[in-house]
Design a binder for this molecule. Structure first.
Ligand code: SF4
Length: 423
Protein backbone atom coordinates (compact mmCIF):
# COMPACT_ATOMS: atom_id res chain seq x y z
CA UNK A 1 0.00 0.00 0.00
CA UNK A 2 1.59 3.24 -1.05
CA UNK A 3 0.95 6.50 0.68
CA UNK A 4 0.91 9.95 -0.86
CA UNK A 5 3.45 12.35 0.59
CA UNK A 6 3.80 16.03 0.03
CA UNK A 7 6.88 16.67 -2.06
CA UNK A 8 8.48 19.67 -0.45
CA UNK A 9 6.21 22.11 -2.26
CA UNK A 10 7.68 25.48 -3.17
CA UNK A 11 6.27 28.23 -0.95
CA UNK A 12 3.36 29.26 -3.15
CA UNK A 13 2.90 32.65 -1.58
CA UNK A 14 6.30 33.31 -0.23
CA UNK A 15 5.94 32.74 3.49
CA UNK A 16 8.22 35.03 5.49
CA UNK A 17 11.94 34.18 5.15
CA UNK A 18 11.10 31.66 2.44
CA UNK A 19 9.26 29.43 4.92
CA UNK A 20 6.18 27.49 3.87
CA UNK A 21 4.54 28.01 7.27
CA UNK A 22 4.08 30.80 9.82
CA UNK A 23 6.27 30.01 12.86
CA UNK A 24 5.39 31.10 16.41
CA UNK A 25 8.27 33.57 16.75
CA UNK A 26 7.18 35.87 13.95
CA UNK A 27 3.43 35.85 14.70
CA UNK A 28 3.61 38.31 17.57
CA UNK A 29 0.71 40.82 17.69
CA UNK A 30 1.34 44.54 18.25
CA UNK A 31 0.52 45.85 21.70
CA UNK A 32 -2.81 47.73 21.76
CA UNK A 33 -2.55 51.51 22.19
CA UNK A 34 -4.47 53.62 24.69
CA UNK A 35 -7.91 54.97 23.74
CA UNK A 36 -8.72 58.50 25.01
CA UNK A 37 -11.57 58.33 27.54
CA UNK A 38 -13.80 60.52 25.35
CA UNK A 39 -13.65 57.89 22.60
CA UNK A 40 -14.30 54.85 24.75
CA UNK A 41 -17.46 52.76 24.85
CA UNK A 42 -19.03 54.25 21.72
CA UNK A 43 -19.24 57.69 23.36
CA UNK A 44 -19.32 59.55 20.02
CA UNK A 45 -22.26 57.55 18.68
CA UNK A 46 -24.16 57.66 21.95
CA UNK A 47 -23.72 61.39 22.55
CA UNK A 48 -24.71 62.29 18.96
CA UNK A 49 -27.60 59.82 19.20
CA UNK A 50 -28.57 59.97 15.51
CA UNK A 51 -31.70 57.89 14.88
CA UNK A 52 -31.17 55.05 12.36
CA UNK A 53 -33.19 55.12 9.13
CA UNK A 54 -33.57 51.51 8.06
CA UNK A 55 -30.60 49.72 6.55
CA UNK A 56 -27.22 51.29 7.38
CA UNK A 57 -24.28 50.63 5.08
CA UNK A 58 -20.93 51.19 6.77
CA UNK A 59 -19.64 54.60 5.76
CA UNK A 60 -16.78 56.12 7.67
CA UNK A 61 -17.45 59.60 6.30
CA UNK A 62 -20.83 60.03 8.01
CA UNK A 63 -21.85 59.86 11.63
CA UNK A 64 -22.87 56.34 12.59
CA UNK A 65 -26.45 56.15 13.87
CA UNK A 66 -27.25 54.77 17.31
CA UNK A 67 -28.17 51.12 16.64
CA UNK A 68 -28.54 48.32 19.16
CA UNK A 69 -29.42 44.66 19.20
CA UNK A 70 -31.90 43.08 19.39
CA UNK A 71 -33.65 45.74 17.23
CA UNK A 72 -30.65 45.91 14.87
CA UNK A 73 -28.11 43.31 13.78
CA UNK A 74 -25.28 43.47 11.27
CA UNK A 75 -24.86 40.96 8.47
CA UNK A 76 -22.06 40.04 6.10
CA UNK A 77 -21.99 41.82 2.75
CA UNK A 78 -22.70 38.48 1.02
CA UNK A 79 -25.77 37.91 3.24
CA UNK A 80 -26.99 41.48 2.59
CA UNK A 81 -26.72 40.93 -1.17
CA UNK A 82 -28.52 37.59 -0.93
CA UNK A 83 -31.27 39.07 1.25
CA UNK A 84 -31.66 41.91 -1.24
CA UNK A 85 -30.94 44.81 1.10
CA UNK A 86 -27.81 45.90 -0.72
CA UNK A 87 -26.48 45.68 -4.28
CA UNK A 88 -23.36 43.91 -5.36
CA UNK A 89 -21.88 40.80 -6.88
CA UNK A 90 -19.39 38.26 -5.62
CA UNK A 91 -16.64 36.80 -7.79
CA UNK A 92 -17.69 33.33 -9.08
CA UNK A 93 -20.54 32.91 -6.57
CA UNK A 94 -23.98 34.42 -6.79
CA UNK A 95 -24.97 34.38 -3.13
CA UNK A 96 -24.35 32.86 0.28
CA UNK A 97 -26.36 30.04 1.82
CA UNK A 98 -25.94 31.28 5.38
CA UNK A 99 -27.51 34.37 6.88
CA UNK A 100 -24.81 35.46 9.35
CA UNK A 101 -26.16 37.90 11.90
CA UNK A 102 -23.84 39.79 14.21
CA UNK A 103 -25.02 41.53 17.38
CA UNK A 104 -24.33 45.24 17.36
CA UNK A 105 -23.96 48.01 19.97
CA UNK A 106 -22.28 51.43 19.91
CA UNK A 107 -19.94 50.11 22.64
CA UNK A 108 -18.98 47.25 20.33
CA UNK A 109 -17.17 44.13 21.38
CA UNK A 110 -15.37 44.58 24.70
CA UNK A 111 -12.69 42.04 23.80
CA UNK A 112 -9.46 42.80 22.01
CA UNK A 113 -8.60 39.77 19.88
CA UNK A 114 -5.46 40.57 17.94
CA UNK A 115 -6.56 39.23 14.54
CA UNK A 116 -10.07 40.70 14.63
CA UNK A 117 -11.30 43.88 12.95
CA UNK A 118 -14.03 44.32 15.55
CA UNK A 119 -11.65 44.54 18.50
CA UNK A 120 -11.94 47.18 21.21
CA UNK A 121 -8.58 48.86 20.54
CA UNK A 122 -10.09 50.39 17.37
CA UNK A 123 -12.54 52.56 19.35
CA UNK A 124 -10.80 55.84 18.56
CA UNK A 125 -10.24 54.98 14.91
CA UNK A 126 -13.63 53.71 13.74
CA UNK A 127 -17.16 53.40 15.14
CA UNK A 128 -18.15 49.81 15.77
CA UNK A 129 -20.74 49.45 12.98
CA UNK A 130 -18.17 50.76 10.47
CA UNK A 131 -15.46 48.25 11.25
CA UNK A 132 -14.37 45.63 8.72
CA UNK A 133 -14.62 42.02 9.89
CA UNK A 134 -13.22 39.01 8.01
CA UNK A 135 -12.29 41.41 5.19
CA UNK A 136 -15.76 42.79 4.46
CA UNK A 137 -18.20 45.43 5.63
CA UNK A 138 -21.21 44.41 7.70
CA UNK A 139 -24.35 46.46 6.92
CA UNK A 140 -26.75 46.95 9.85
CA UNK A 141 -30.37 45.95 9.25
CA UNK A 142 -33.47 46.08 11.49
CA UNK A 143 -34.27 42.58 12.74
CA UNK A 144 -37.93 43.09 11.80
CA UNK A 145 -36.97 43.70 8.17
CA UNK A 146 -34.86 40.54 8.08
CA UNK A 147 -37.52 38.31 9.59
CA UNK A 148 -40.18 39.82 7.37
CA UNK A 149 -38.20 39.26 4.18
CA UNK A 150 -37.19 35.70 5.01
CA UNK A 151 -40.69 34.73 6.26
CA UNK A 152 -42.29 36.18 3.11
CA UNK A 153 -39.79 34.36 0.93
CA UNK A 154 -40.47 31.10 2.78
CA UNK A 155 -44.22 31.57 2.47
CA UNK A 156 -44.08 32.34 -1.23
CA UNK A 157 -41.12 30.28 -2.29
CA UNK A 158 -41.10 27.44 0.22
CA UNK A 159 -37.89 25.46 0.04
CA UNK A 160 -36.64 27.84 -2.64
CA UNK A 161 -35.27 30.18 0.04
CA UNK A 162 -31.65 31.03 -0.68
CA UNK A 163 -30.73 30.46 2.96
CA UNK A 164 -29.95 27.00 4.23
CA UNK A 165 -29.03 28.21 7.71
CA UNK A 166 -29.04 31.28 9.95
CA UNK A 167 -26.24 31.99 12.43
CA UNK A 168 -26.21 34.41 15.36
CA UNK A 169 -22.70 35.66 16.16
CA UNK A 170 -22.39 36.83 19.73
CA UNK A 171 -19.77 39.34 20.78
CA UNK A 172 -18.32 40.19 24.17
CA UNK A 173 -20.85 42.61 25.61
CA UNK A 174 -22.92 42.58 28.81
CA UNK A 175 -26.19 42.36 26.77
CA UNK A 176 -24.99 39.65 24.42
CA UNK A 177 -26.59 36.62 26.13
CA UNK A 178 -30.05 38.14 26.54
CA UNK A 179 -30.06 39.72 23.10
CA UNK A 180 -29.05 36.45 21.44
CA UNK A 181 -32.13 34.94 23.05
CA UNK A 182 -34.26 37.86 21.85
CA UNK A 183 -32.98 37.54 18.26
CA UNK A 184 -33.53 33.79 18.30
CA UNK A 185 -37.09 34.19 19.63
CA UNK A 186 -37.90 36.81 17.02
CA UNK A 187 -36.64 34.48 14.30
CA UNK A 188 -38.50 31.38 15.47
CA UNK A 189 -41.74 33.35 15.98
CA UNK A 190 -42.00 33.66 12.17
CA UNK A 191 -39.61 31.09 10.69
CA UNK A 192 -39.66 27.37 11.36
CA UNK A 193 -36.21 26.36 12.61
CA UNK A 194 -36.76 22.98 10.95
CA UNK A 195 -36.85 24.79 7.60
CA UNK A 196 -33.94 27.13 8.21
CA UNK A 197 -31.92 25.81 11.16
CA UNK A 198 -30.08 28.17 13.47
CA UNK A 199 -26.46 28.04 14.61
CA UNK A 200 -25.02 29.98 17.52
CA UNK A 201 -21.47 31.31 17.31
CA UNK A 202 -21.07 31.73 21.04
CA UNK A 203 -19.14 33.99 23.35
CA UNK A 204 -18.15 31.66 26.21
CA UNK A 205 -16.65 34.46 28.32
CA UNK A 206 -20.09 35.73 29.32
CA UNK A 207 -21.90 32.36 29.32
CA UNK A 208 -22.67 29.55 31.70
CA UNK A 209 -24.20 26.10 31.21
CA UNK A 210 -27.72 27.47 31.75
CA UNK A 211 -27.26 29.89 28.84
CA UNK A 212 -26.25 27.03 26.55
CA UNK A 213 -29.27 25.03 27.66
CA UNK A 214 -31.59 28.01 27.12
CA UNK A 215 -30.49 28.37 23.49
CA UNK A 216 -31.00 24.67 22.86
CA UNK A 217 -34.48 24.81 24.45
CA UNK A 218 -35.39 27.74 22.20
CA UNK A 219 -34.64 25.77 19.06
CA UNK A 220 -30.99 26.39 18.19
CA UNK A 221 -29.59 23.51 16.12
CA UNK A 222 -25.79 23.81 16.35
CA UNK A 223 -23.59 25.53 18.94
CA UNK A 224 -20.05 26.55 18.04
CA UNK A 225 -17.17 27.88 20.09
CA UNK A 226 -14.58 30.06 18.36
CA UNK A 227 -11.43 28.81 20.04
CA UNK A 228 -9.65 30.44 17.09
CA UNK A 229 -6.24 29.66 18.59
CA UNK A 230 -5.02 26.07 18.39
CA UNK A 231 -2.96 26.12 21.61
CA UNK A 232 -3.37 27.75 25.05
CA UNK A 233 -0.22 29.85 24.50
CA UNK A 234 -1.48 31.32 21.23
CA UNK A 235 -4.92 31.83 22.74
CA UNK A 236 -3.42 33.83 25.59
CA UNK A 237 -1.16 35.82 23.28
CA UNK A 238 -3.85 36.73 20.74
CA UNK A 239 -7.07 36.97 22.77
CA UNK A 240 -6.18 36.79 26.43
CA UNK A 241 -3.97 38.82 28.69
CA UNK A 242 -1.33 39.26 25.94
CA UNK A 243 -3.58 41.90 24.35
CA UNK A 244 -5.60 43.08 27.38
CA UNK A 245 -8.52 40.89 26.39
CA UNK A 246 -10.75 38.97 28.83
CA UNK A 247 -10.87 35.51 27.26
CA UNK A 248 -9.55 32.37 28.92
CA UNK A 249 -8.77 29.04 27.26
CA UNK A 250 -10.19 27.01 30.18
CA UNK A 251 -13.48 28.91 30.14
CA UNK A 252 -13.85 28.28 26.39
CA UNK A 253 -13.33 24.57 26.97
CA UNK A 254 -15.81 24.53 29.84
CA UNK A 255 -18.55 25.94 27.58
CA UNK A 256 -17.49 23.69 24.71
CA UNK A 257 -17.96 20.61 26.91
CA UNK A 258 -21.32 21.98 28.08
CA UNK A 259 -22.32 22.26 24.41
CA UNK A 260 -21.18 18.70 23.79
CA UNK A 261 -23.45 17.47 26.61
CA UNK A 262 -26.44 19.66 25.71
CA UNK A 263 -26.42 19.77 21.91
CA UNK A 264 -24.99 16.27 21.39
CA UNK A 265 -22.88 14.61 18.67
CA UNK A 266 -22.54 16.42 15.32
CA UNK A 267 -24.29 19.44 16.80
CA UNK A 268 -21.35 21.32 18.26
CA UNK A 269 -18.05 22.47 16.87
CA UNK A 270 -15.10 24.83 17.07
CA UNK A 271 -13.57 27.51 14.91
CA UNK A 272 -9.81 27.37 14.44
CA UNK A 273 -7.62 29.92 12.65
CA UNK A 274 -4.64 28.30 10.95
CA UNK A 275 -1.28 30.07 10.68
CA UNK A 276 -1.03 32.09 13.89
CA UNK A 277 2.15 30.34 15.04
CA UNK A 278 0.95 26.83 15.87
CA UNK A 279 2.33 23.80 14.07
CA UNK A 280 0.29 21.71 11.66
CA UNK A 281 0.54 18.89 14.18
CA UNK A 282 -0.92 21.18 16.89
CA UNK A 283 -3.97 21.99 14.76
CA UNK A 284 -4.66 18.47 13.64
CA UNK A 285 -4.28 17.10 17.17
CA UNK A 286 -6.95 19.60 18.22
CA UNK A 287 -9.13 18.59 15.25
CA UNK A 288 -8.82 14.96 16.33
CA UNK A 289 -9.72 15.82 19.93
CA UNK A 290 -12.90 17.58 18.77
CA UNK A 291 -13.89 14.71 16.47
CA UNK A 292 -13.27 12.21 19.28
CA UNK A 293 -15.65 14.27 21.43
CA UNK A 294 -18.28 14.08 18.66
CA UNK A 295 -17.94 17.56 17.17
CA UNK A 296 -16.76 19.24 13.97
CA UNK A 297 -14.03 21.69 13.06
CA UNK A 298 -14.54 24.88 11.07
CA UNK A 299 -11.32 26.36 9.77
CA UNK A 300 -10.15 29.79 8.78
CA UNK A 301 -6.90 30.73 7.11
CA UNK A 302 -5.15 33.56 8.96
CA UNK A 303 -5.36 36.81 6.99
CA UNK A 304 -3.90 40.12 8.26
CA UNK A 305 -7.14 42.05 8.74
CA UNK A 306 -6.76 45.79 8.12
CA UNK A 307 -6.67 47.73 11.38
CA UNK A 308 -6.13 44.65 13.54
CA UNK A 309 -3.17 44.10 15.87
CA UNK A 310 -1.83 41.48 13.44
CA UNK A 311 -2.21 43.45 10.21
CA UNK A 312 1.57 43.60 9.78
CA UNK A 313 1.99 39.81 9.75
CA UNK A 314 2.04 37.41 6.79
CA UNK A 315 -1.08 35.55 5.66
CA UNK A 316 -0.76 31.80 6.03
CA UNK A 317 1.31 30.39 3.15
CA UNK A 318 -0.94 28.32 0.93
CA UNK A 319 1.26 25.23 1.35
CA UNK A 320 0.62 25.10 5.11
CA UNK A 321 -3.04 25.95 4.68
CA UNK A 322 -3.74 23.28 2.05
CA UNK A 323 -2.02 20.55 4.06
CA UNK A 324 -4.06 21.41 7.14
CA UNK A 325 -7.29 21.83 5.15
CA UNK A 326 -6.87 18.36 3.68
CA UNK A 327 -5.86 16.80 7.00
CA UNK A 328 -8.87 18.37 8.72
CA UNK A 329 -11.28 17.08 6.10
CA UNK A 330 -9.90 13.55 6.33
CA UNK A 331 -10.26 13.51 10.12
CA UNK A 332 -13.65 15.24 10.16
CA UNK A 333 -15.33 13.24 7.39
CA UNK A 334 -13.24 10.25 6.26
CA UNK A 335 -12.36 8.52 9.53
CA UNK A 336 -8.65 9.28 9.17
CA UNK A 337 -6.68 9.75 12.39
CA UNK A 338 -3.91 12.15 13.25
CA UNK A 339 -1.84 9.31 14.69
CA UNK A 340 -1.78 7.63 11.27
CA UNK A 341 -0.35 10.78 9.66
CA UNK A 342 3.36 11.65 9.61
CA UNK A 343 4.85 15.01 10.58
CA UNK A 344 8.40 16.34 10.29
CA UNK A 345 10.44 17.81 13.16
CA UNK A 346 8.79 21.20 12.62
CA UNK A 347 5.33 19.68 12.89
CA UNK A 348 4.62 19.88 9.15
CA UNK A 349 2.31 17.28 7.70
CA UNK A 350 4.36 15.00 5.44
CA UNK A 351 2.13 11.98 4.90
CA UNK A 352 -1.64 11.75 5.13
CA UNK A 353 -1.55 8.02 5.87
CA UNK A 354 -3.96 7.07 3.07
CA UNK A 355 -3.44 4.95 -0.04
CA UNK A 356 -2.57 7.16 -3.01
CA UNK A 357 -5.65 6.39 -5.10
CA UNK A 358 -8.02 7.12 -2.25
CA UNK A 359 -6.34 10.43 -1.47
CA UNK A 360 -6.32 11.38 -5.15
CA UNK A 361 -10.08 10.91 -5.39
CA UNK A 362 -10.66 13.03 -2.30
CA UNK A 363 -8.42 15.83 -3.59
CA UNK A 364 -10.09 15.77 -6.99
CA UNK A 365 -13.53 16.10 -5.37
CA UNK A 366 -12.40 19.57 -4.22
CA UNK A 367 -14.47 19.17 -1.04
CA UNK A 368 -11.60 19.56 1.47
CA UNK A 369 -10.75 22.99 0.07
CA UNK A 370 -14.21 24.55 0.29
CA UNK A 371 -15.17 26.85 3.15
CA UNK A 372 -15.81 24.76 6.25
CA UNK A 373 -18.69 25.41 8.63
CA UNK A 374 -22.13 24.24 9.66
CA UNK A 375 -23.87 22.11 7.00
CA UNK A 376 -26.63 23.33 4.72
CA UNK A 377 -29.07 21.30 2.66
CA UNK A 378 -26.65 19.89 0.08
CA UNK A 379 -24.63 17.29 2.01
CA UNK A 380 -23.00 16.96 5.43
CA UNK A 381 -19.53 17.94 4.26
CA UNK A 382 -20.64 21.03 2.31
CA UNK A 383 -21.00 24.05 4.52
CA UNK A 384 -23.97 26.42 4.30
CA UNK A 385 -21.65 29.11 5.59
CA UNK A 386 -19.44 29.89 2.61
CA UNK A 387 -18.08 33.28 3.82
CA UNK A 388 -16.97 34.44 0.35
CA UNK A 389 -13.43 35.81 0.53
CA UNK A 390 -13.51 36.10 4.31
CA UNK A 391 -9.99 34.69 4.64
CA UNK A 392 -8.32 35.68 1.37
CA UNK A 393 -8.68 37.90 -1.68
CA UNK A 394 -10.44 36.35 -4.71
CA UNK A 395 -7.10 36.45 -6.56
CA UNK A 396 -5.59 33.86 -4.21
CA UNK A 397 -8.47 31.92 -2.68
CA UNK A 398 -7.88 30.15 0.63
CA UNK A 399 -11.38 28.78 1.34
CA UNK A 400 -13.36 28.20 -1.88
CA UNK A 401 -16.93 29.51 -1.50
CA UNK A 402 -18.04 27.45 -4.52
CA UNK A 403 -17.48 23.95 -5.96
CA UNK A 404 -13.96 23.71 -7.35
CA UNK A 405 -13.49 23.31 -11.09
CA UNK A 406 -10.66 21.34 -12.69
CA UNK A 407 -8.44 24.41 -12.93
CA UNK A 408 -8.93 25.08 -9.20
CA UNK A 409 -8.00 21.53 -8.24
CA UNK A 410 -4.88 21.83 -10.39
CA UNK A 411 -3.84 24.95 -8.52
CA UNK A 412 -4.52 23.33 -5.14
CA UNK A 413 -2.45 20.28 -6.09
CA UNK A 414 0.45 22.55 -6.99
CA UNK A 415 0.17 24.30 -3.64
CA UNK A 416 0.07 20.93 -1.88
CA UNK A 417 3.04 19.57 -3.79
CA UNK A 418 0.97 16.57 -4.87
CA UNK A 419 1.24 16.39 -8.67
CA UNK A 420 -1.83 15.86 -10.79
CA UNK A 421 -2.64 12.31 -11.74
CA UNK A 422 -1.59 11.27 -15.23
CA UNK A 423 -4.63 9.04 -15.69
S1 SF4 B 1 -14.62 38.28 20.90
FE1 SF4 B 1 -15.01 37.88 18.72
S2 SF4 B 1 -15.79 39.82 17.90
FE2 SF4 B 1 -14.81 40.30 19.87
S3 SF4 B 1 -12.70 40.90 19.34
FE3 SF4 B 1 -12.69 38.69 19.82
S4 SF4 B 1 -12.95 37.67 17.81
FE4 SF4 B 1 -13.57 39.85 17.55
Amino acid sequence: MSCVKTEGAQPADGGRDGLDFNPYDIMEPRAPGKTPRAMQNGARVKSSNVAPQGVYRPDYSILTPHMRSPEYVQMSTAAAITLGVTDGRMYRCSCTRCLNLLLTYPEGCRANCAYCGLARHREAERDYADRNFIRVDWPAVPMDVIVDKVATNEREGGPGSPFHRMCISMITHPRSDDDTVAVLKKWTSRIDPETIPVSILSNPTTMGRADVQRLKDLGADIFTVALDAATPEIFDRTRGKGVQSPHKWDKYWEVLLDARDIFGPEKFGVHIIVGMGETEHDVLRLVQRIVDLGGHNHMFCFFPEDGSLMDHLPATPRDQWRRVQLGRYLIDYRDARVDHMTFDDQGRLMDFGLPGGELDDIIDSGLPFRTSGCPGKVQEDVSACDRPYGDSPPSDIASYPFALERKDVKKVRKQLGIPHRLV
